[in-house]
Design a protein around this ligand. Structure first.
Ligand SMILES: [Cu+2]
Length: 474
């Protein structure tokens, strides 16, 4: 379908019968059952797609679990292929984490499997399939198998008037060699990892999409988010895409970001736009103090008009939803961290910290027609895995020698971001970080979760074609 045809179908302002809330009511959870089966997602009243989802919907239900309270989750697989449910951002054992590389047993086709785990840490997590897709764009994270998971603590959640969960998605992916680089991070960074001569071989086919939604609705097709002047709205934002980093904004409003990947940050800050790599979450308050009808959506015009948005409507306001571009202030993780004066802290192998260098490279058309990726010169699996010693502190130096920004995810652990864009920081705890093209990031973590631990790029095609590694405990 041509993008223009799709625009005609959506028609900002059209209303669908079922709003996003229908799919997102919280479940009481001492026990949870997730049923994997084919679903129909009505992106607009006139355009539906078929995919695979949880409990008859995509996104799946917002799951709420209590931190530290043991949980039983039953997964029923009503599809013809083995499946895995990964609990993203949780510190849980490899047998239940949901990665085959770590040894989690898959849920067999038309079978079921019971998981026992004790959810921790508190915060905005999510759950999603972790199967390989390779060249099948109807498998893995290209499907609708994802949902929010909130791990609740006894801590004070702070004051807000309503809570809104927004998952960014793209649909009906296809392959192209005309990838438009959407990785304009706005941020300036030293390209310390750029090789003297860059690879000039033609690029392989990459996955892209031209159809987007927030939760299960394209812009204008679902119920608006209804607000009143003076309200404080708590937004949980997730990029559930398999393919692309995204930047979103709400014109005339600021996102007061207080948590990254579900973990409170040392310096909450207001920002005009939020960048999310696949897998990342941002929690933010928005004070509703500019009455009108607005589009909360992707900053790229073609992406937003192809569905990536939702209408925010103040009470007693009737007009066409408005959009204007946010200020061009770049996304910068470090503004949410503690100020660190000496960047040398990150480069010298100080104290009791062991440094592991991870060099990422792309090999154009290594798996023709697709690109391949190398971690320290080798695609997965590595002959000798990276070995961790329990209780020891590690510093991972991500050296991105490719022309893409990659969202890098470490399973079953949280890490502290200590350097990015050539700036030192501290106190930002994450599980996924977008490392800019030809740039470097440094993270630090304590090896306190024994068992095999998967590390990978959260872009499905990159992971499938080599961009992953396994850490083992000695
Ligand atoms: Cu990647």
């Amino acid at each position: 379908m041509h993008r223009r045809d799709f625009l005609g179908l959506v028609g900002v302002g059209a209303l669908a019968a079922v709003g996003p809330d229908a799919a997102l009511g919280g479940l009481p959870t001492s026990n949870v059952t997730l049923t994997i089966s084919p679903v129909v997602v009505e992106l607009t009243p006139r355009l539906a797609i078929t995919t695979t989802g949880y409990n008859g919907t995509s996104p799946g239900p917002v799951l709420r679990m209590r931190e530290g309270v043991p949980q039983i989750v039953d997964v029923i697989n009503n599809t013809d292929v083995p499946e895995l449910v990964h609990w993203h951002g949780l510190r849980i054992p490899p047998e239940v984490d949901g990665a085959e590389e770590e040894g989690t047993p898959p849920v067999p086709p038309h079978g079921r499997r019971r998981y026992h785990f004790t959810p921790t840490p508190a915060g905005t997590r999510w759950y999603h399939t972790h199967t390989m897709a390779m060249n099948d764009l109807h498998r893995g994270s290209y499907t609708g198998q994802f949902g929010f998971l909130v791990i609740e603590s006894s801590g004070d959640p702070g004051h807000y008037d309503q809570e809104v969960f927004l998952a960014l998605r793209d649909w009906e992916p296809f392959l192209t060699d005309q990838m438009i680089d959407a990785d304009a991070l706005g941020q300036q960074w030293p390209q310390t990892e750029k090789p003297q001569t860059t690879d000039s071989r033609p690029n392989g086919l990459e996955v892209t999409a031209a159809l987007y939604s927030i939760n299960d609705k394209a812009l204008g097709a679902g119920e608006p988010i209804r607000v009143r002047e003076g309200q404080r709205v708590l937004f949980h934002l997730l990029n559930a895409s398999a393919i692309e980093n995204r930047t979103i904004a709400l014109p005339g409003h600021r996102f007061q970001v207080f948590a990254l990947d579900g973990n409170p940050v040392p310096s909450p800050q207001g920002v005009d736009q939020v960048l999310l790599g696949p897998g990342e979450r941002v929690d933010a308050y928005v004070d509703m103090n500019r009455p009108g009808v607005w589009i909360l959506g992707g900053v790229e015009n073609d992406v937003r008009s192809s569905g990536l948005g939702v209408v925010v409507e103040y009470a007693n306001q009737q007009r066409q939803p408005e959009w204007f571009p946010p200020s061009r202030s770049p996304w910068d993780y470090t503004i949410f961290g503690n100020q660190v004066r000496s960047p040398s802290r990150t480069s010298s192998g100080a104290d009791d910290v062991e440094t592991i260098d991870l060099v990422f490279e792309k090999v154009p058309r290594a798996y023709a027609p697709f690109n391949g990726f190398l971690v320290n010169g080798q695609p997965y699996p590595h002959e000798r895995e990276f070995v961790l010693h329990r209780g020891r502190k590690y510093r991972l130096v991500f050296r991105n020698r490719t022309d893409d920004a990659h969202p890098l995810h470490l399973h079953r652990h949280s890490f502290e971001l200590i350097e990015i864009y050539g700036k030192a920081t501290s106190g930002i705890i994450k599980d996924t970080v977008v490392v800019p093209n030809y740039g470097k990031a440094v993270v630090q973590f304590v090896a306190d979760q024994p068992g095999p631990t998967l590390f990978h790029c959260h872009i499905q095609q990159h992971m499938d074609y080599g961009f992953k590694a396994l850490f083992r405990y000695a």
